[in-house]
Write a protein that binds this ligand. Structure first.
Ligand code: DGL
Length: 317
């Protein structure tokens, strides 16, 4: 069998990692994925290192049994605590979201003052900070756990007054006292809040235009209009969203590790001669969840912007 035509295993604690799957679909349209969302055991963000490593190992074992050619840990929390444990299990390429996110932040920052937001486990692990300092030893790094964002996104409360209130409670200090110029959205769910965060804190997109699918988990397609500010039907550089239009000068650069992870995957597959040139059909992708396939399917269809026909229940113990 030609190794290049094998799928890529992607996993997350739940549905949030679909933001990474989405970037893989957009930027590596030939690649097939097998996605595992551990929806029965989400959130990982408040669990112990031991538990997160155990869950990540179980999922990796499952993906390896499906004959994947690479593993993408789409979850920031699982990457923070379990990437070394996963790498020990296989010689295949293993990519997490933290290093690509840190690299993007280091190239985006002018002042070296970088903010990181994520789950409690991600922030406590200090891995983003370490990766940033490896690249930019003089960086000033400010971290903040924003646990409620995950729940707000899962409730579809994207542009909601409660969400706006929480954005200010979590981020105002970083903006005003810490004077960061770059902010890593270090949790799978946060890219879905990106245009609201950008509007509220005066942000722009460091790495990628807001897409026609961003933040549309409430299904109202508002982001689609925002993304295409000039109405030409294309994605607008630098967002085109409410606060993100313009050059972005003086604004906080928002880094989406989901995008930079897909770019890193593309680079690695090309470097190792593992990229396929046969286009993937939507039905080539496989989805597994450890709880209700139906709710996974409807969330996935909205985030990915394609009809997911089949999600299989797979419980790992
Ligand atoms: N996927 C997790 C992350 O990126 C967020 C949800 C959770 O806490 O499991 O950190």
């Amino acid at each position: 069998m030609d190794l290049r035509n094998l799928p890529i295993g992607v996993f997350d604690s739940g549905v949030g990692g679909l933001t990474v799957a989405r970037e893989i679909f957009r930027n590596l349209p030939n690649e097939k994925i097998i996605y595992y969302g551990d929806t029965a055991r989400v959130p990982y963000g408040n669990k112990s290192r031991e538990t997160i490593i155990r869950y990540s190992r179980q999922i990796t074992q499952f993906l390896l049994s499906k004959n994947v050619k690479a593993i993408v840990i789409a979850c920031n929390t699982a990457t923070s605590l379990a990437i070394d444990a996963v790498k020990e299990m296989t010689d295949l390429p293993v990519i997490g979201v933290i290093e690509p996110g840190a690299r993007a932040a280091v190239s985006a920052t002018a002042s070296g003052r970088i903010g990181i937001i994520g789950t409690s486990a991600t922030v406590t692990s200090g891995l983003y900070e370490k990766c940033i300092r490896d690249l930019l030893p003089d960086a000033r790094v400010f971290s903040k756990a924003c646990p409620l964002f995950v729940h707000l996104v899962e409730e579809g409360m994207i542009d909601d007054s409660v969400t706006v209130e929480m954005i200010h409670r979590y981020l105002d200090d970083m903006i005003e006292s810490d004077r960061i110029d770059t902010l890593i959205l270090g949790c799978t769910h946060y890219p879905l809040l990106r245009s609201v965060i950008a509007r509220e804190i005066g942000g722009t997109y460091a790495d990628y235009p807001v897409s026609d699918l961003d933040a549309d988990v409430d299904g109202d397609r508002n982001e689609s209009r925002d993304a295409d500010a000039d109405g030409d039907g294309s994605r607008d550089p630098n967002g085109g969203g409410k606060a993100a239009a313009g050059t972005g000068a003086g604004k906080i650069q928002l880094v989406n590790p989901a995008y930079t992870t897909a770019m890193e995957l593309a680079r690695l597959l090309a470097e190792r001669g593992m990229a396929t040139d046969i286009p993937a059909a939507p039905s080539d992708h496989q989805f597994y969840s450890s709880d209700s396939p139906d709710s996974f399917r409807s969330f996935a269809s909205r985030i990915l912007g394609l009809q997911i026909d089949k999600v299989s229940l797979k419980i790992l113990d």
